[in-house]
Design a protein around this ligand. Structure first.
Ligand SMILES: Cc1cc2nc3c(=O)[nH]c(=O)nc-3n(C[C@H](O)[C@H](O)[C@H](O)COP(=O)(O)OP(=O)(O)OC[C@H]3O[C@@H](n4cnc5c(N)ncnc54)[C@H](O)[C@@H]3O)c2cc1C
Length: 403
């Protein structure tokens, strides 16, 4: 839509239905938060990895069979967070992509008539007690310095908002300018409907590559037709690596697989959307029921889901809200697995392709793609319209991985 507004005729090629369950955007934690500045790789993480791997119910798992192919990515990932200076630089770049995420989403949600799906109620991090956040003190200090607004609350405030909250949660931080999406599927569908009403076209097919003549893009090749065009944007989430290779770049991209469960019989509570720091998962009230989303599972794109990961989320959810026991009939729990498109350094790949300046990357947003989508669209529109790359945007360059 940002490209439409800039005057381009836009065709969206997707092999699945926009907003369908093949996409990470369908089933994520639904958070829009300006506080999502931290990359996953931080100093000391390597010390925790063995513990994570030894705990089958923990939030992070590597499927051992896939370790050899994942190893080069993992080495780069751990290196990216090897000292706090690197993390601070990365956080500053991430902040530029997320600082006004809610307002940037509303810019498109309002004309699309779906702004009611954005719940502007803040988002919460829950802890056992105040001392729990000491381990994250550096991260919260950074957020404060960037200007993220948040407030700290004791248990009285938490139970006033959610009386059913388990006793062990005694402290919470509210990201005051955060929001959550009440129905991610309908949200994506609403955006695409608006895109079509403004003259956009959706082609349901698989993109395979590009035709380039004399250095200029002439067609995008799909399974069904070759689409004539003079610009193309690679935004195929975790499946973008092959297309970007064809456009001359070798971006190290893996799927950090995540899961969700939705309890359709649980509606109306909790009213707030929370991240449980100990389980690293988001618990969000949606129009389709209570969604519990999280887990990081490193395995290949085509490995079958391991539904035990979803069961872990459900068990955690019941510990957080003991009242959930028995409320949900087990055969109506929806389980889903999706692919976070993740680069090792916690930044997306946004910029022109090596083989042809008419092709632009817009993928690799890892854990924060919904949050960072509008800012990414602004950069892509600027690139395609003026060719200009600001000095700061060079941090997202697809070519940084070749160095
Ligand atoms: C459990 C979980 C929780 C998360 N929580 C949050 C959160 O709270 N907030 C947040 O901002 N982010 C969150 N994320 C991350 C976020 O969901 C992703 O970063 C984001 O959805 C990626 O968007 P995308 O459009 O790049 O990829 P996707 O949403 O995966 O879409 C990619 C699309 O490309 C299509 N496609 C792929 N290959 C081709 C091809 N060759 N031809 C045509 N079409 C193709 C697919 O069909 C798909 O529709 C979470 C992710 C997970 C898994």
């Amino acid at each position: 839509m940002e490209l439409q507004r800039a005057g381009h005729d836009v065709v969206l090629v997707d092999r699945g239905p926009p907003g369908g369950d093949q996409a990470a955007s369908y089933g994520n934690g639904a958070w829009l938060s300006p506080a999502s500045i931290m990359p996953m790789s931080v100093p000391g993480l390597w010390r925790e990895v063995p513990g994570y791997l030894a705990d089958p119910s923990g939030p992070f798992v590597i499927r051992w069979r896939h370790l050899p192919s994942l190893l080069p990515w993992l080495v780069r990932f751990l290196r990216a967070g090897s000292n706090w200076r690197k993390v601070e630089i990365c956080a500053a770049h991430r902040y530029r992509l997320c600082r006004s995420t809610v307002d940037w989403h509303l810019k498109w949600a309002r004309p699309a008539g779906i702004d009611h799906l954005i719940a502007r109620e803040g988002v919460w991090f829950l802890y056992r007690d105040r001392s729990d956040i000491e381990r994250e003190a550096r991260e919260w200090k950074m957020r404060k310095e960037f200007g993220v607004r948040f407030s700290e609350h004791d248990r009285e405030v938490l139970i006033a908002r959610e009386p059913a909250l388990a006793e062990k949660y005694g402290f919470g931080i509210r990201v005051d300018d955060g929001a959550f999406i009440r129905d991610t599927r309908s949200y994506c569908e609403g955006l695409v409907a608006h895109f079509c009403s403004e003259g956009g076209r959706v082609v349901r097919s698989t993109a395979r590559g590009f035709e380039i003549a004399h250095g200029r893009l002439t067609h995008v090749v799909t399974d069904d037709e070759n689409i004539a065009c003079d610009r193309a944007v690679i935004a195929a989430g975790a499946w973008s690596a092959e297309l970007s290779r064809q456009a001359g770049d070798n971006v190290p991209l893996v799927s950090e697989r995540g899961y969700h469960v939705v309890l359709p019989d649980v509606t109306g509570h909790p009213q707030m959307s929370v991240i449980l720091a100990e389980g690293k998962m988001a618990v969000t009230p949606t129009n389709r029921g209570l969604r519990i989303a999280g887990q990081v599972e490193l395995a290949s794109l085509d490995a079958p889901p391991d539904w035990r990961r979803a069961d872990i989320l459900l068990a955690f959810g019941k510990k957080m809200l003991p009242g959930l026991q028995g409320v949900q009939s087990p055969d109506r729990v929806e389980r889903w697995m999706g692919h976070r498109p993740s680069t090792p350094d916690g930044l997306p790949s946004i910029g022109t392709a090596s083989a042809c300046a008419d092709i632009v990357h817009a993928f690799g947003h890892g854990h924060s793609g919904m949050i960072q989508a509008p800012a990414t669209a602004q950069i892509v529109a600027r690139l395609l319209t003026t060719g200009a790359v600001s000095p700061e945007d060079k941090a997202f360059s697809p070519q940084r991985f070749a160095a």
